[in-house]
Design a protein around this ligand. Structure first.
Ligand code: SIN
Length: 293
């Protein structure tokens, strides 16, 4: 019997990279993520991810094992900080480190996290001392309209700031709260010392060395060392600036989409969707490789 190594068996497909907007997002075409990828293909995909902050793979048909394998191409798994869920119909199990994002309810209980409606712009886990670097979201069930995910380039927004604002925010740190389940900015409900963290307002990416605005409307509550009023004025200016349409790619989901985003240099938001339609996505996250600086 001839032994075939993983790299020999890996597909020789050559990906095509198609930008999704001027500043953020890139579709990767010609790749079937059910099949193992060659190391040079993984490197090309990773390079495109660093360049575009968000990658989209359409028309995938992934098992949970595939999702776990693909997550590994972006770094080390971040352990799941949530209890096991009730499983929806069609699922016999949920592998460790996969989270359900869903509004589906079984026996009156939500089966997943972030169930309903609109979410303001945020960076995943910015409330932690060691925020996750990447998030992967794979769509299983999608409503007929709404529930789009918007991605904003903090890098392009930083580059477009005028020198006066850059000088004002340089070296500043801001406090961020855990408020995913609220649409109220900086909602203090349930916030304690373990669910808040201060990070630089301008973050330097540890792999590209590019600077990005690292505050967001949902979770950032205050710039340290400023009066409440001065901080609010500056933060509101930065939120409005980051969310300008020219820095944003809006992703309209189709079943079988896998989207991978870089939390170090992009924020994201979600539009409302009908509460009587099912939405289910599988989510994994990748550990950060450095504390934000
Ligand atoms: C998230 O903010 O991580 C979820 C985004 C979404 O449900 O589209």
């Amino acid at each position: 019997m001839t032994m075939v190594s993983t790299s020999d068996a890996a597909t020789a497909a050559t990906p095509e990279f198609v930008p999704l907007s001027k500043h953020i997002g890139c579709e990767v075409k010609g790749i079937d993520l059910r099949k193992p990828l060659r190391p040079d293909t993984i490197s090309a995909i990773y390079r495109a991810w660093l360049d575009h902050a968000v990658l989209l793979f359409r028309d995938q048909d992934l098992s949970q094992e595939d999702l776990i394998r693909v997550t590994g191409h972006f770094g080390e798994f971040a352990p799941l900080g949530r209890p096991a869920h009730t499983l929806p119909k069609g699922f016999s199990r949920l592998l460790p480190n996969i989270m359900m994002i869903s509004n589906i309810r079984e026996n009156g209980e939500t089966i997943g996290a972030l169930p309903d409606g609109e979410m303001m712009f945020h960076h995943d886990t910015i409330h932690r001392e060691d925020p996750h670097k990447a998030t992967l979201l794979y769509s299983v069930e999608i409503p007929t309209y709404g529930g789009d995910t918007l991605f904003a380039s903090g890098t392009a927004a930083y580059d477009a700031l005028d020198a006066e604002v850059k000088a004002k925010v340089e070296g500043r740190r801001a406090v961020n709260y855990y408020v995913y389940n609220s649409v109220v900015r900086g909602d203090k409900q349930g916030v304690d010392a373990t669910s808040q963290a201060a990070h630089p307002v301008i973050r330097t990416h540890d792999e590209t060395n590019r600077k990005a605005i690292y505050v967001n409307r949902l979770m950032t509550v205050k710039i340290e060392g400023m009066s409440e009023q001065e901080s609010d004025t500056l933060l509101n200016f930065l939120f409005d600036h980051c969310e300008k349409p020219e820095f944003v790619y809006t992703h309209v989901w189709r079943k079988g989409d896998l989207v991978v985003w870089d939390n170090r240099c992009s924020s994201h938001a979600r539009t409302d969707f009908p509460s009587d339609q099912r939405r289910l996505l599988l989510r994994t996250t990748v550990k950060g490789t450095s504390r934000p600086y």
